[in-house]
Write a protein that binds this ligand. Structure first.
Ligand SMILES: [Zn+2]
Length: 105
């Protein structure tokens, strides 16, 4: 079901933009910044400690919602949380009780 660009409805990123961000995410996986997060194995959402191979890269704001592949938007997540999250935004996750807001700041 392809939606045509009619200027109607929610503005979303173009498929090209999403593809670009996915490629950027792939590059981010190679950085020591990401490797360190994976090695720490701490899930951003549940705070649990997991084996490096079970940690997945998660976009806090999904690419489909205009999120970018930046350090501020990429977090390590366990498979469980990543599956639970799907396309919900953090606000929706907080409202549903799936995650607690980080109030440390
Ligand atoms: Zn988790």
């Amino acid at each position: 079901m392809a939606r045509k660009k009619t200027g109607k409805g929610a503005p979303g990123p173009s498929p090209e933009a999403i593809k670009r961000e996915k490629e950027k995410a792939r590059e981010m996986r190679k950085t020591t910044w990401w490797q360190n997060l994976v090695n720490d194995g701490i899930c951003h959402y549940c705070g649990g400690k997991f084996d490096a191979e079970t940690i997945t890269m998660d976009h806090v704001v999904p690419l489909s919602r205009g999120g970018k592949s930046t350090k501020g938007n990429i977090v390590p997540a366990c498979k469980d949380c990543n599956t639970k999250k799907k396309h919900a935004t953090p606000v929706e996750m907080i409202l549903s009780g799936a995650i607690k807001p980080d109030l440390k700041l």
